[in-house]
Write a protein that binds this ligand. Structure first.
Ligand code: PLP
Length: 393
């Protein structure tokens, strides 16, 4: 099956959909059994698609899990109430006191805080590494290193990692590899073919796609699936059937949304790149983005998210003038919905410890939605005018 066909067809098996197009919302805590025999059969098959107890999921969840597992290319998918829960649930399912974790320096800020505030308290030590370290990762591996965690491209600064090289070295040293694969969604990167053992998605972003549900997924290889599934269950991780339904509904248009948002974003990024006041574009498809060569080699496409850096001379007041008063770009966290967003980025240097970030140049992150690019460009044009007026003041 080709990608577009998979997006439409996966998870629609009759055993879940019961003959209608979309698997219905099956809300449940308690499952009723007719006999002891049926009960023990369900207990034996729990976690393997047998209806057992609400926390283990119902047909709505099973359909979503099957679709994501196959799209990502893994053996099974666990569902979580947010992307952050998927990250913590995955790390806590495999790390124990005394273990050492290698974490990419350009990681999503709450993941860094989880390491520094929660994992540290459990006696799990974290070392941050340069996203562009490549084969140099070998020097940071200690006898107690258990997990190599990647996020590619990195949050905000967008460095694309050399995933196959990092995974090869990690495996040579007996480490397991985890990837925050949110930027690619399950369709623009084949993480398991690159050597990843567990691929994590903030489904909140492109899978749900409509800015109305929080959800996370973690998909594992055969080797790690059982431990991930059981430990996530023990950590109490589950999602509502209504949210699982909405995630499945969002998934069906993932391909066309991403393709259009990629096209819109590239058009706007090229428009920005041609401006004299723009220093450079942080978009994996641009040569100015660190790791651009790995993007070309390992990824099948991009999306609506990128950052851009202005030339020297900005200040907070001017950046405020840029983002306040926009008509179409809304100011807000998150991304992956159908709408355009903008953020003025401050203090990146404070969330980098293994690398240095030059914060003297103003940076903005945009998420390009499904609006007409002419309207979005006019909105940005007016923002630049406000910016320069504020600088001149
Ligand atoms: C948003 C995001 C998360 C967290 O997802 P939530 O659903 O908001 O908890 C994790 N990783 C990345 C890269 C993200 O962008």
């Amino acid at each position: 099956m080709k990608k577009a066909t998979k997006i439409v067809s996966l998870g629609r098996d009759k055993k879940w959909s019961k003959g209608v197009v979309n698997p219905p919302v099956v809300r449940a805590s308690t499952v009723i059994f007719d006999s002891l025999e049926q009960m023990s059969k369900a207990a034996a098959g729990r976690g393997k698609g047998e209806l057992f107890y609400g926390r283990r999921g119902t047909d709505t969840h099973f359909a979503l899990q099957a679709a994501i597992a196959e799209l990502e290319g893994g053996a099974g998918t666990a569902l979580y109430p947010s992307g952050a829960a998927a990250i913590s649930g995955t790390l806590l399912s495999f790390l124990k006191s005394g273990d050492h974790l290698l974490m990419v320096d350009s990681v999503y800020e709450p993941t860094r805080d989880l390491c520094d505030k929660v994992l540290k308290g459990f006696g799990i030590e974290t070392t941050y590494y340069d996203p562009m370290i490549g084969a140099g990762i070998a020097e940071l591996i200690k006898p107690n290193t258990k997990v190599l965690f990647l996020e590619s491209p990195g949050s905000i600064t967008m460095e694309v990692q050399d995933v196959p090289t990092l995974c090869r070295i990690a495996h040579e040293h007996g480490l397991m590899t985890m990837l925050d694969n949110t930027w690619s969604s399950p369709i623009n990167c084949r993480p398991f073919e690159l050597g990843i053992d567990i691929s994590i998605q903030a489904a909140t972003k492109y899978i749900v796609g409509h800015s109305d549900v929080m959800m996370g997924t973690a998909t594992a290889t055969e080797q790690y699936w059982e431990q991930l599934r059981e430990n996530s269950y023990l950590l109490g991780q589950c999602v509502s059937a209504d949210d699982a339904y909405l995630a499945l509904r969002g998934l069906r248009t993932l391909g066309v949304r991403m393709a259009q948002q990629e096209k819109n974003a590239l058009e706007i990024a090229h428009w920005l790149d041609a401006r004299d006041d723009v220093d450079h574009i942080r978009h994996p498809a641009f040569a100015s983005c660190p790791g651009h060569e790995f993007f070309k080699r390992d990824y099948q496409g991009s999306n609506g998210l990128f950052s851009f850096v202005l030339k020297q001379g900005g200040n907070k007041k001017a950046m405020q003038a840029f983002v306040e008063g926009m008509e179409h770009f809304k100011m807000g966290f998150s991304w992956g919905g159908y709408e355009s967003l903008i953020l003025a980025e401050f203090g990146i240097e404070k969330i980098r410890t293994a690398t240095q970030w030059d914060s003297t140049k103003p940076m903005f992150r945009v998420h390009i939605g499904l609006e007409d690019t002419e309207d979005l460009i006019a909105d940005l044009e007016a923002a630049f005018a406000r910016y320069h007026a504020a600088l001149a003041n």
